[in-house]
Design a protein around this ligand. Structure first.
Ligand SMILES: C[S@@+](CC[C@H](N)C(=O)[O-])C[C@H]1O[C@@H](n2cnc3c(N)ncnc32)[C@H](O)[C@@H]1O
Length: 347
């Protein structure tokens, strides 16, 4: 078993362009083209902030900082159990399982399912013994693999159109958050996969200075790796994201801490996240892309209120049904979790 490090997908290209002015020296022995900044690129700083030895996700439980569908209600778990059983599968793997909330709820609903959590953080206290827990992706899976709000945490490069109209890699000081622009995308040290991806999925031609983009290569590769391990079954990535026609011109980098959106800072003190270019990921993985509200409705999730007669016939049941309806409403809400994207690949 192994987890391919998602942050090493974009090795600099090894072409003749690597022996350009970067390695040339002036007569005084200085590089002919000094690096424009000494701060790391966003991808590197973000990776260290979340997954370094003291990284945010190595210490922190997601539920202490933000609320995902897995935290809202067992209604979400029930939908995934139904999807698993309807496909005649008996295994569910949760990638980026956080505090194990989803797997605990699935276990309560269907104890016969084989469950595995894949997570860089330690096994949560109180997780049922029957739920397996590991840091490494399984080599292969026969079952349903779900990753709820995992892809948005995967660090990616950030680019910005400079004053001269040329997109450049954005660097960031991990302590202060101060940004600086690095090399243009045509530079030999910039992986060719960046401009290639942008051209297809997030074109910046003619964009005004200051326009930004988050390059989805690392997310595409990470999900392709997961989907490739599903020998027989279904892979489901659930996340917030955007389509090519609707990319955010200022990018979507965000930080969350203790339930609040805070200043974006890759210093390990807070979460760092960016929306997922879901159409690009789907293209790489043959996924069908639908909104969460549509998928959940097909899986029997409804926010319909219980019949009033139930209140007298079974008051406790009525209160439970009322609370389930409220939770379902949150999961399918427009402008909220209902707008999340489900990328479903069946193999
Ligand atoms: C935004 S949280 C979502 C947690 C959970 N899925 C939920 O819905 O509440 C993302 C989780 O993915 C985990 N994660 C990120 N990259 C990972 C990797 N390569 N391997 C294992 N876990 C990872 C993080 O540690 C974090 O717990």
């Amino acid at each position: 078993m192994r987890v391919r490090p998602v942050h090493q997908q974009d090795a600099p290209r090894a072409t003749a362009r690597n022996v350009g002015p970067v390695t040339g020296l002036t007569p005084l022995g200085m590089p002919a083209v000094p690096p424009p900044t000494s701060a790391p690129p966003w991808k590197q700083a973000w990776d260290a902030a979340l997954f370094g030895p003291q990284g945010f996700f190595r210490r922190e439980t997601p539920a202490a900082h933000f609320r995902t569908s897995a935290h809202v209600s067992p209604v979400f778990a029930r939908a995934l159990v139904r999807m698993t059983r309807e496909a005649d599968l008996d295994t569910l793997v949760d990638i980026g399982a956080g505090g194990g909330e989803l797997l605990s709820a699935v276990h309560d609903l269907d104890p016969a399912l084989d469950l595995l959590g894949v997570e860089v953080a330690a096994r949560p206290a109180g997780l049922p013994d029957a739920v397996a827990w590991t840091t490494a992706l399984p080599e292969s899976v026969d079952g349903l693999v779900v990753a709820n709000e995992w892809l948005d945490t995967i660090p990616c490069h950030v680019v910005e159109v400079a004053a001269d109209g040329e997109p450049r890699v954005v660097h960031v000081d991990p302590v202060t958050g101060a940004e600086s622009l690095g090399h243009p995308l045509s530079h030999a040290s910039v992986p060719a996969s960046l401009p290639t991806w942008l051209e297809r999925w997030w074109p910046l031609d003619g964009a005004a200075p200051g326009t930004r983009a988050e390059v989805g290569t690392t997310r595409d590769a990470a999900w392709e790796d997961v989907v490739g391990r599903v020998r027989h079954g279904i892979a489901v990535a659930v996340d917030y994201g955007h389509l090519r026609a609707d990319r955010p011109a200022s990018g979507s980098l965000r930080s969350y801490l203790s339930g609040r959106q805070v200043e974006v800072l890759p210093d390990g003190s807070r979460d760092v996240t960016a929306h997922v270019a879901v159409d690009a990921v789907a293209d790489r993985t043959g996924a069908v892309v639908r909104r969460q509200r549509e998928v959940l409705r097909d899986l029997g999730v409804t926010a319909a209120l219980p019949e009033p007669e139930l209140a007298t016939a079974d008051p406790a049941g009525y209160v439970r049904a009322l609370s389930r309806a409220g939770e379902a409403a949150e999961l399918i809400a427009s402008g909220g979790l209902g707008d999340f994207w489900w990328l479903v690949t069946t193999r």
